[in-house]
Write a protein that binds this ligand. Structure first.
Ligand code: NAD
Ligand code: UDP
Length: 320
C-alpha cells in the first residue's frame, strides 16, 4: 500500500558504504524517499552525514543477517564488505551477510511485493578462463580458498535471487559489478586504487602484488550508480545478471604508473607476494548492458582518478 506521498520508498542496504552513499545521494536527488540500513562494519556515518538533514532520508543501524520489517517499494541490496582485507577479516560473517542477508531481504521483498536488486560481483567469475567475461560464463571459482567466503557467498545469493524469482515470481535484478573506484572509498581498505593513491600522496612505496601484470578494468563510481539505477528501472523481463563495469583494461603496473604521474609522487614501486587466488585478468563484456539498459560508462580513467586523488588529498579525508 502506498502512502499519501507519490515518492517511491527505497531501501538501500549497505547505504553508508562507498557505493551505497553515492546511490542514496542520487536516489534522493531524484525525489525518492530513501531508507539507508547499515551496520557500519566498513561504512561510516561520515559518508552520509550530509544527507541526514533531508527529511526524505532515514538511517537505521541494522545488520542484514537479521530480519528487517519495513514498508518499501524497491530494495537495493548492497550490504557486504567488498575489499579482500575487509571480507577476509571475518569470513564466516561475510558468507552470512551475503547468504542470510539475501534471504532476509528477499523475504522482505516478497512480503511487501518490492522490486529487489542485488549487488553481485565480477568475482563470481573467479579466475576467468573466458576473456572478456560474458554473463553466460559460469566462472572458475575456488570453493575453499581465502576469497571463497566472498565469491561463493555472492554466487549463492544469485542462486537465491533466481529461485525467489522462479518460485515466488519476485521482480529481481542482478548486477555483476566490476572494480569501481572514486571518492568515499575507504582509505585503508586495501583496494588497489585507494592503496596506490594514498601511498603516492604520502610518498610511501607503491605496493605491487606479484609482478603487476594482472589486469583489472576500472569503472568510475558515477557511471556505476547510473548503471545500477537503469537496471532497477529496466523492463520487467530484464532480470540480469548484467555486467556493469568499464571495459578499459589496465595492468596493475600501468595503474601504478598513472597514479605516480598524476600525483607527481616520488614514490618507488615495491613488489610483494601475490595473494592466493588473485585473478590474473578481468574485463567485462558489456554488450548486454548496452543493449537492454542503453548504458555505457563515460568517465575515462584519468578523469576519474583525478577526482579520486582530489578526494584523498582533502584535509578531512576529503568528504565529497
Ligand atoms: P563498502 O564496504 O564501502 O560498503 C559495504 C557496506 O555494507 C558498508 O557500509 C558496510 O558497513 C555494510 N555492511 C557490511 N555488512 C553488513 C551487514 N551484515 N549488515 C548491514 N550492512 C553491512 O563496499 P562497496 O564498494 O560500497 O560495495 C557495495 C556492494 O557492491 C557490495 O555488496 C559489494 O560486494 C558490491 N561490489 C562492489 C564492487 C566495487 O568495486 N566497489 C565490485 C563488485 C561488487
Ligand atoms: N593490488 C596490488 N597492490 C595493492 C593492492 C592490490 O598490486 O596495494 C592488486 C591485487 O593483487 C589485485 C588488483 O590489485 O590483483 C586489484 O585488487 P583489489 O583488491 O582492488 O580488487 P580485486 O582483486 O578484488 O579485483
Amino acid at each position: 500500500m502506498r502512502t499519501y506521498s507519490t515518492r517511491k520508498r527505497i531501501l538501500v542496504t549497505g547505504g553508508a558504504g562507498f557505493l551505497g552513499s553515492h546511490l542514496c545521494e542520487r536516489l534522493l536527488s531524484e525525489g525518492n524517499d530513501v531508507l539507508c540500513a547499515d551496520n557500519f562494519f566498513t561504512g561510516t556515518k561520515d559518508n552520509i552525514a550530509h544527507l541526514l538533514p533531508d527529511p526524505h532520508f532515514e538511517l537505521i543501524r541494522h545488520d542484514v543477517t537479521f530480519p528487517l520489517f519495513v514498508e518499501v517499494d524497491e530494495i537495493y541490496n548492497l550490504a557486504c564488505p567488498a575489499s579482500p582485507v575487509h571480507y577476509q577479516f571475518d569470513p564466516v560473517q561475510t558468507t552470512k551477510t551475503s547468504v542470510h542477508g539475501a534471504i532476509n531481504m528477499l523475504g522482505l521483498a516478497k512480503r511487501v511485493k518490492a522490486k529487489i536488486l542485488q549487488a553481485s560481483t565480477s568475482e563470481v567469475y573467479g579466475d576467468p578462463t573466458v576473456h572478456p567475461q560474458t554473463e553466460s560464463y559460469w566462472g572458475n571459482v575456488n570453493p575453499i580458498g581465502i576469497r571463497s567466503c566472498y565469491d561463493e557467498g555472492k554466487r549463492c545469493a544469485e542462486t537465491l535471487f533466481f529461485d525467489y524469482h522462479r518460485q515466488y515470481k519476485l521482480q529481481i535484478k542482478v548486477a555483476r559489478i566490476f572494480n569501481t573506484y572514486g571518492p568515499r572509498m575507504h582509505p585503508n581498505d586495501g583496494r588497489v586504487v585507494s592503496n596506490f593513491i594514498v601511498q603516492a600522496l604520502q610518498g610511501e612505496p607503491i605496493t605491487i602484488y606479484g609482478e603487476g601484470k594482472q589486469t583489472r578494468s576500472f569503472c568510475y563510481v558515477e557511471d556505476l550508480i547510473d548503471g545500477l539505477m537503469r537496471l532497477m528501472n529496466s523492463a520487467d523481463d530484464v532480470t540480469g545478471p548484467v555486467n556493469l563495469g568499464n571495459p578499459n583494461e589496465f595492468t596493475i603496473l600501468q595503474l601504478a604508473q598513472k597514479v605516480i604521474a598524476m600525483t607527481g609522487s616520488k614514490s618507488e614501486l615495491v613488489y610483494r607476494p601475490l595473494p592466493s587466488d588473485d585473478p590474473t585478468q578481468r574485463q567485462p563484456n558489456i554488450e548486454l548492458a548496452k543493449r537492454v539498459l542503453g548504458w555505457t560508462p563515460r568517465v575515462a580513467l584519468e578523469d576519474g582518478l583525478a577526482k579520486a586523488i582530489a578526494y584523498f588529498s582533502g584535509s578531512n579525508g576529503g568528504a565529497a
